[in-house]
Write a protein that binds this ligand. Structure first.
Ligand SMILES: *Cc1c(COP(=O)(O)O)cnc(C)c1O
Length: 387
């Protein structure tokens, strides 16, 4: 397989830094995962600007790969997808009282309901708009975050059945979210699956007929076939980053984002030269320094100071000293380098580049946070069939 050499791309540009997004990787990840779940529905999670990859482009690539649904946290994100021309099923699952429910319903965006009072608010918005709201009821089967607790669930499904009877809503789905899917042996997984099945049973008992039952995130999709039900919700895996602590994946995933900067300055310094704020790093011999013009304002984690690695001219170099707001330094030793050279901060480990997972380890966080926090000051550029 020939891998696109993104760093060649950036060297022709005059850009300081760029996030190169391979949309074909997103499409390929979706179709591979859809095959893995034996053709079940895939809901592609494109919240938070597509985990930093661009919500509109990621959504298009995910649809092209076979995702029938898109999922977002916020109604505004769903409306943005509609404005960009997406006409397929979209679910939005996080809202506060007073959210633009009427706009969402008018735009055919389906909504999660966590509580009876939220369901009331959505039902009145639907009556006002004159269109049924598609609802996915959310059960807190044990994550201890959003959704109705098992104690409240009976009341919620009864209210939903009444609102459906009145014509205001239609319950099209029931869903829940797992606490420990990334630890497939964790006892909470089984407990939550059982709780969820009981919740679905109660919904059916009051006359609801939800066609979409969904529990699995990326980790559960990769590791827990019992959680697949009728649809899986894929976030981080779409973007080619593993949800697991060891960075591995049983289904091969292609990283979609390559973050590249260009060296702003290369200079020779003597031994004993303190580097960056606080002088937490000092050269131990005469050495060449490279100045990388991205910092924590761009989403480079300051916690990776002295630990994160980058890739220059085919070799890895560690961050020397602290990551600053706009820049950090690498100690190139005696390696050849010049101002303007591309520096791959993370990309595809198959090319020898550090991965988002490597940065997560360096910063004591998760790959999700590494890609999602790449800031708006870094332009995105797109490659692939739907770009
Ligand atoms: C973000 C989110 C997902 C996606 O999770 P991944 O681990 O990124 O696959 C799925 N479901 C809900 C409710 C979410 O909030």
């Amino acid at each position: 397989m020939s891998l696109p050499s993104f760093s060649d791309n950036v060297s022709r540009a005059t850009l300081r830094a760029e996030a190169l997004i391979d949309l074909d990787a997103i499409s390929a990840n979706v179709s591979r995962l859809k095959a893995h779940v034996q053709g079940r529905d895939v809901l592609a999670v494109v919240k938070a600007d597509g985990y930093g990859h661009g919500i509109i482009q990621s959504a298009r690539a995910a649809r092209a790969g076979g995702a029938s649904w898109l999922g977002v946290a916020l109604i505004d994100e769903a409306l943005h997808l509609r404005e960009a021309g997406d006409t397929g099923p979209i679910l939005s699952w996080l809202a506060v009282p007073g959210s633009p429910y009427a706009e969402a319903i008018a735009a055919g965006v389906e909504l999660a309901a966590y509580s009876a009072s939220q369901l009331d608010e959505i039902a009145s918005a639907a009556r006002q708009v004159g269109r049924r709201a598609g609802i996915h009821l959310k059960l807190d089967s044990g994550l201890g975050r959003g959704g109705a607790t098992p104690d409240e669930w009976g009341h919620l499904v009864k209210g939903a059945a009444a609102a459906q009877e009145s014509g205001a809503i239609e319950v099209t789905g029931v869903f829940s979210h797992l606490a420990c899917a990334d630890e497939p042996e964790h006892p909470s997984v089984k407990a939550q699956t059982i709780e969820f099945e009981a919740g679905v049973g109660q919904a059916v008992e009051v006359g609801l007929e939800p066609s979409h039952l969904h529990l699995a995130n990326s980790a559960a999709t990769l590791a827990l076939p019992d959680t697949w039900l009728t649809m899986v919700r894929l976030g981080i895996s779409l973007y080619g980053v593993s949800p697991f602590a060891d960075g591995q994946s049983p289904v091969p995933l292609e990283p979609a984002m390559t973050l590249v900067a260009r060296l702003a300055l290369v200079k020779r310094v003597p031994t004993g030269h303190g580097i960056s704020y606080g002088h937490t790093y000092t050269t131990t011999r005469a050495s060449t320094l490279g100045l990388v013009p991205v910092g924590y304002a761009d989403g480079i984690p300051r916690h990776a100071s002295g630990r994160g690695e980058v890739f220059v001219r085919g070799q890895r170099f560690r961050i020397a000293g602290r990551v600053c707001m706009d820049q950090f330094v690498i100690d190139l030793g005696d390696a050849e380098a010049a101002a303007g050279d591309p520096v791959v901060i993370f990309g595809d480990p198959r090319r020898g580049e550090p991965s988002a997972h490597d940065w997560a380890v360096a910063a004591d966080t998760i790959g999700y946070e590494i890609v999602t926090r790449i800031g708006p000051r870094v332009p995105r550029s797109y490659a692939g069939a739907v770009a």
